[in-house]
Design a protein around this ligand. Structure first.
Ligand code: NAD
Ligand code: ZN
Length: 264
């Protein structure tokens, strides 16, 4: 991947001023935030699924769907194992670290929430406090029949088709497969926080494919709150946001963080 250009200083200053004045900030994140930890994105820069057909003669979205998991779990597990292997050993990068620090320190003086679509657990590993993992986390496994649950560091010891040690039924990760409902607890938390309102919204490293990822940006726009996109590529929300920074997540957040520190 070619290095992204440095973030334009005027856009960085404007964004830092908004961060400094905000009471509640929402950062919507996607696979691009983990790209600098060496994880492949799905689409866009470094996308693994830009050529969508799998070895199993179906698009990746179908292989990773609820209906295929019910009928051919070995197919879904094959791609889950590939995705986990791509994350294995990855550690949080600068972008995860800065968002975690902003959520933990009194500066900026705002409550910062991260809504992530990533299933790699890296925001949590970095220590983000107010975190909604709307698509779950690959490292949490559960039985499809009984209450058995476990957290695993990786899938190294799992067979190709893992079964429950208590009841023998199939296991699955606590992630949202295509065509499945979002997890109720995460959805409820997100609705509660949206209802409380945000006065600044970031969209970072996501191609914004899902309506619930785009909607907070649309609402902020209607209500006159500032919106910022950080992504080297244009997306469906690029023409909607107030500030679009066409650069990588880590370098841009670092520049905003430095501008914040300088303005203290
Ligand atoms: P996506 O692959 O569709 O889009 C990634 C976006 O990140 C692209 O727009 C790309 O231009 C941008 N990007 C690439 N490098 C970047 C960088 N250094 N800084 C900032 N932006 C960068 O990913 P998405 O929007 O998160 O797609 C949603 C789906 O992909 C979700 O279902 C999610 O669970 C899944 N996914 C998760 C992971 C992960 O957990 N790390 C990885 C791949 C896909
Ligand atoms: Zn069981």
């Amino acid at each position: 991947m070619s290095p992204s250009p440095p973030p334009p200083p005027d856009l960085v200053r404007q964004t830092a001023a908004w961060v400094a004045g905000a009471r509640r900030i929402l950062c919507i994140t996607g696979a691009g935030v983990s790209a600098e930890s060496g994880l492949p994105t799905y689409r866009g820069v470094g996308g693994i699924y830009d050529d969508v057909e799998t070895d199993d003669d179906m698009p990746i979205e179908e292989a990773l769907s609820g209906p295929v998991f019910r009928e051919q779990p070995e197919v879904t597990w094959k791609y889950l194992l590939q995705i986990e292997q791509a994350c294995r050993g990855a550690v949080p990068n600068l972008a995860h670290a800065i968002l975690a620090r902003w959520s933990a320190e009194a500066w900026p003086p705002a409550e910062l929430w991260v809504l992530t679509q990533n299933v790699d657990g890296l925001h949590s590993a970095a220590g983000s406090r107010h975190l909604i993992e709307i698509h779950g986390d690959l490292h949490r496994l559960r039985c499809t029949q009984c209450d058995w649950r476990a957290r695993v560091d990786d899938y190294r010891r799992l067979p190709a088709l893992p079964h429950c040690q208590d009841c023998g039924a199939l296991l699955r990760p606590e992630v949202v497969l295509f065509e499945e409902m979002l997890p109720p607890a995460a959805t409820q938390e997100f609705a509660t926080q949206l209802h409380r309102g945000f006065d600044l919204i970031f969209s970072i490293g996501t191609s914004s494919q899902f309506p619930y990822i785009v909607q907070p940006v649309l609402v902020a726009k209607q209500q006159g709150q500032p919106t910022v996109e950080i992504n080297p590529h244009e997306t469906v929300i690029s023409s909607l946001v107030d500030v679009r920074i066409p650069c990588s997540a880590g370098a841009t957040l670092e520049a905003i963080d430095s501008a914040l520190v300088a303005s203290r």
